[in-house]
Design a protein around this ligand. Structure first.
Ligand SMILES: Cc1ncc(COP(=O)(O)O)c(C=O)c1O
Length: 433
């Protein structure tokens, strides 16, 4: 093992990292610089970031256009309270996002993906409460991940991640993850759940469940589930924290649907990966249920940094880039490259399953154990790719790519070859077991 640098030593002395067992973790790599799809450590080594630094980065690191927009804003207005006051960049980003999602009418700001979900859940519950309706049940999908605050944890599947808090989480009913085999029975089960008329909301990660292994399901199924929920007067919440901003090939996963959600939660890519920001968008109908002479019908929720002008400026600049034809072409190009890799490697003996949607490619590596976040292959995969200076953070035995849109064909080729090499090695090893 190489000797830790002084920054690594200080990090370990002072910092507690997320999702990390600090007792067994290696020293973290100190990243000091970034450019486009590359990250550079303190020794100058370059790493190809094909997970967009936890799915947030859209246009590459240290993007100059976003940096200038934030810098200009920083010299104009860094922050202002958002109750009783507003700011031009908050208005701009709201108007532009709502133009992309014309079935929604109002935007509410928060700080991250979990809070965007918290807001969505609270909006849905209070929508019914304000109308003296007793609906409080929430239905989610098995395998769901919606964040780490208590409400978001409650609508997340019960897993070892949240077992310490299980007794304190509110009850949620889970519908099985939709597949070709089970969909007809799921529809019957869902209808059964809705018949009581006590379901306030149905929440999903539309088309792709991220944290549970980039599991994908069709828009046709989601259309039918949303339509059924609406038929029984339940609100539909699309948690697009991961799927938003082009990841699925369209601007939003909701763009694939005929039956639109009533609430959409956004974060991650919203600022192009520059700053933390969450937004929850809702229909006019939901908003109207909070309008009253009765002060208690107010939506009493807010964060100190709500609609921070800097984050809003970053979001507007990132949206400029995302709407640009070149970025849209890049999204298409990445999808075509993924599709070619999919065709070539789908039948590789070490591949259990592979799936592609938009710029996301996910590949389950065959192992003796089940596919799971805790699959031991996780460490092997991480180390194999790090040695090749590729930043991949697998979900157990699921290798996935969700790169920034500026990644070049050459860089993609490097990653695909490394995956191919890993699969060959895995196949060879399985034969010798
Ligand atoms: C679908 C989804 N919702 C919510 C979250 C939580 O977002 P954050 O980590 O910003 O709190 C995540 C994070 O991975 C996510 O994938």
């Amino acid at each position: 093992m190489t000797k830790p640098t002084s920054l690594q030593q200080k990090d370990v002395k002072y910092i507690w990292h997320p999702f990390t067992q600090m007792k067994t973790a290696d020293y973290p790599i100190v990243i000091t610089k970034g450019k486009d799809a590359l990250l550079f450590d303190e020794k100058g080594n370059a790493y190809l970031d094909v997970v967009s630094s936890w799915w947030v980065n859209l246009h590459g690191h240290a993007n100059e256009y976003i940096a200038k927009a934030v810098s200009d804003q920083l010299y104009t207005l860094e922050h202002v309270i958002f109750a009783g006051f507003t700011n031009p960049k908050a208005i701009e980003i709201s108007e532009r996002l709502l133009n992309h999602l014309p079935f929604l009418s109002k935007a509410f700001f928060s700080d991250n993906g979990s809070t965007a979900v918290e807001v969505g859940i609270k909006m849905a519950l209070q929508y019914w409460h304000n109308q003296n309706n007793k609906k409080t049940r929430i239905i989610a999908l098995q395998g769901a991940y919606h964040g780490d605050t208590f409400g978001a944890m409650s609508v997340t599947a019960r897993t070892p991640f949240n077992q310490s808090f299980e007794k304190l989480l509110f009850d949620v009913d889970y519908l099985p993850f939709p597949t070709e085999e089970n969909f007809e029975s799921i529809l019957i089960q869902f209808k059964q759940m809705l018949l009581n008329q006590d379901v306030a909301a149905f929440i999903v990660e539309p088309l792709v469940q991220g944290a549970s292994g980039m599991r994908m399901y069709s828009a046709e199924y989601l259309d039918k589930l949303f339509a059924l929920a609406h038929q029984y007067d339940a609100l539909c919440i699309a948690d697009e924290v991961m799927t938003g901003f082009g990841r699925t090939g369209k601007m939003f996963a909701a763009d694939y649907l005929d039956e639109k959600p009533d609430i959409i939660c956004l974060s991650k890519g919203i600022t192009g990966g520059t700053m933390a920001m969450g937004m929850t968008l809702c229909t006019q109908q939901i908003y109207d249920a909070f309008l009253s002479d009765d002060v208690y019908k107010t939506f009493f929720h807010g964060h100190s940094y709500t609609a921070n002008p800097l984050t809003c400026a970053a979001a507007c600049a990132s949206l400029d880039l995302l709407e640009d034809e070149q970025t849209q072409n890049n999204i298409l190009r990445i999808n075509q490259q993924h599709a070619a890799f999919y065709r070539n490697y789908l039948n590789h003996p070490a591949v259990k399953e592979m799936r592609v949607l938009g710029t996301i490619l996910a590949l389950e590596v065959k192992t003796l154990k089940e596919t799971s976040y805790f699959n031991e292959l996780n460490k092997t995969i991480t180390e194999f790719f790090l040695q090749k200076n590729i930043l991949i953070r697998p979900l157990g035995n699921v290798i996935y790519l969700i790169p920034p849109y500026c990644i070049t064909d050459e860089q993609l080729k490097t990653v695909y070859s490394a995956i191919a090499e890993f699969l060959d090695l895995q196949n060879k090893n399985s034969k010798t077991i």
